[in-house]
Design a protein around this ligand. Sequence first.
Ligand SMILES: CCC/C=C/C(=O)SCCNC(=O)CCNC(=O)[C@H](O)C(C)(C)COP(=O)([O-])OP(=O)([O-])OC[C@H]1O[C@@H](n2cnc3c(N)ncnc32)[C@H](O)[C@@H]1OP(=O)([O-])[O-]
Ligand SMILES: Cc1cc2nc3c(=O)[nH]c(=O)nc-3n(C[C@H](O)[C@H](O)[C@H](O)COP(=O)(O)OP(=O)(O)OC[C@H]3O[C@@H](n4cnc5c(N)ncnc54)[C@H](O)[C@@H]3O)c2cc1C
Length: 647
Amino acid sequence: MPANTMNEDLKRERQRCSFDPKELTYLLDGGEEKTEERRQREKFFLDDPELSETAPSDYLSHKEKYEHAVKKACIVFKKVQQLQAQGKAGMQNFREVLGGQLGSAILRDGNPLGLHYVMFIPTIMGQGTIEQQAEWISKAWNLEIIGTYAQTELGHGTFIRGLETTATYDPATEEFVLNSPTLTSYKWWPGGLGHTANYAVVVAQLYSQGICHGIHPFIVQLRDEETHLPMPGFENVRIPWNYMLMKNGKVLKDGSYVKSPSSKLTYGTMIFVRVVIVQDAANYLRKAVTIATRYSAVRHQSHIKESAPEPQILDFVTQQHKLFPQLATYFALHYSGAWLWDMYNNVTSELESGELDRLPELHALACCLKAVSAADAAQGIETCRLACGGHGYMSCSSLPITYGLVTAMVTYEGENTVLLLQTARYLMKAWQNCLDGQPLTPSVQYLNSVRRSFGGVYHKSVPWIIASMQRIAAGKIETAHRHMNDKIKRGVNSEDAWNETSIELVAASEAHCKAFIVETYYNSVQQIVPSVSQQLGKALTELCELYAVNTLLKNIGDLLRYSNVTTGDLENLQRWLEELLAAIRPNAVGIVDGFDINDAIIASPLGAYDGNVYERLFAEVSKSPLNAKPVNESFHKYLKPLLKSKM
Ligand SMILES: CCC/C=C/C(=O)SCCNC(=O)CCNC(=O)[C@H](O)C(C)(C)COP(=O)([O-])OP(=O)([O-])OC[C@H]1O[C@@H](n2cnc3c(N)ncnc32)[C@H](O)[C@@H]1OP(=O)([O-])[O-]
Ligand SMILES: Cc1cc2nc3c(=O)[nH]c(=O)nc-3n(C[C@H](O)[C@H](O)[C@H](O)COP(=O)(O)OP(=O)(O)OC[C@H]3O[C@@H](n4cnc5c(N)ncnc54)[C@H](O)[C@@H]3O)c2cc1C
């Protein structure tokens, strides 16, 4: 590959950009100093020859991939420790390096230590008493033990009240006795459970004094700390009394049970991970859209005008319509995720002082935001893949693997439909409160005002779109509430009525979440614009408008159903969408440059900063062991005899 050459199209794109991409980078990182720290951190890992790939792991066997991943995870861990010793890394960096975008670039095939940091340590922090935290966290932090989070069983993932593993307290020995009595009670899915972890937080039904107190977390040793041989399976496994995490519910030594202030505090780690997923989903989408945008600026194909040369595919408006909403969705999820993270931290500290009032609202928002961000990011990444034509299908493009990572988010940590139904529970109560004139929490305040007006006159503004989306959400919430109550009035019991209305309930949740995202995104941009250059402010505003217009246009049917919008208004919206695509076009490459994703994290010949797509693609396929020899042995072994036998 010619060294240090920059693709001419990308050079031109960079000259066209109206703002300085560095300003965007600093904005997203939280300042120039933070950008520098992040770059240094990335360099520290990515420049390590032991961590860089000599050959893609695609060509390794399953076993080799695992061993390779363990080796790298250990190197990464040691390096994080080095940073920590220099005061340059904390818990957040552990997560970033071991679980986030940087981690997934280094550990392409998954991180055997991921669950240790993302769930094992956070569960001990959130569910353990001070003494238990003191005992386990330092061990876990220093990797004296390796943990995972073992909740899901072969028979139950969603319905955790139905888990079958039991932990029965024996006051005579002051121990819990754990049992997984059936095939379906087998712990199934937990990351690292197979070969890596030697401890787990096991979620099991607590029995004491003959009474079942529901699910609770227990620390269980899985493997010998020296030999790593598995401990005997889950039949009458005895663990000491203080291995039950007892910050919330507890069992006293005599076996009496002390209830938690809320049984749902046991679900705390899941809320934490749902909050984290919103940011992670956004970051993976940002990587995919960087690849697809740069590629689309380099790739030429077909004609717009027969007389002109083949255009960059980014000049096709349909291509812009595929990619630019993904750029905007990244920002929308980024700002909503940041908002949710703040709320999570505030509510968590309120919980510490015994205040539980805002937990239901946090749960409702975390559920729907996790669901919508995972689904939209997955769909966005797939759109980016398709936008790269055949090359997007290649595994070396990194798009299929990125999609694979994000589509798993739709299922884990609460399957999306199930989570949207959790939010719907909250919304149904909120609507009832609205009808009864009861106070509403901030995220559903809009129900009161929307209830009083059916629609406002179209004007070309994001606030009008927010109001329209809130009208749609309120309309859907009202319809689902009414339909469910109609059924109940007709004698259907309330649980069946819930199930029969669940399609509408899910739709109501999604609409509520989309309205929330647009509003949060808009408010964030409004706050940022005065503090950045006029050019960047304009670009950020255009992206926000694009997200709003595009989201509304995707819901034309609902808009017509729930507001007094006219067909003329819809035509105006369509025109606005097209204007925005044209306005964003010159800045598209500048925006993805502003994301400042290191080429080693991009890990795609289609999306490198220099745009040498074809050279890099060629170099990539040359790495395949299959291409090492001109004739593969299978020709002599199988094909040749077959060809001969036909003669
Ligand atoms: C890197 C990651 C790798 C992956 C790891 C994993 O996947 S690990 C495995 C991840 N696994 C999963 O994520 C499993 C997904 N499943 C679940 O989380 C639960 O089974 C459930 C929430 C679906 C239902 O739970 P349920 O049957 O016990 O509850 P219910 O529906 O009968 O509602 C009763 C009340 O509780 C409320 N409430 C509920 N949750 C919370 C909460 N967190 N906080 C506060 N409140 C909550 C709810 O709003 C309702 O309030 P209301 O209306 O009465 O005032
Ligand atoms: C990559 C990956 C990693 C994972 N890591 C872990 C881990 O580390 N630790 C761990 O404990 N678990 C882990 N899990 C398990 C994960 O949390 C569960 O798969 C998830 O919670 C969904 O549960 P399920 O598989 O039982 O799906 P199911 O609940 O069986 O869902 C199947 C279908 O049934 C529907 N459904 C179920 N209940 C309802 C309902 N009440 N209303 C309407 N529809 C419903 C769902 O919408 C879905 O369409 C992981 C899963 C994956 C895919």
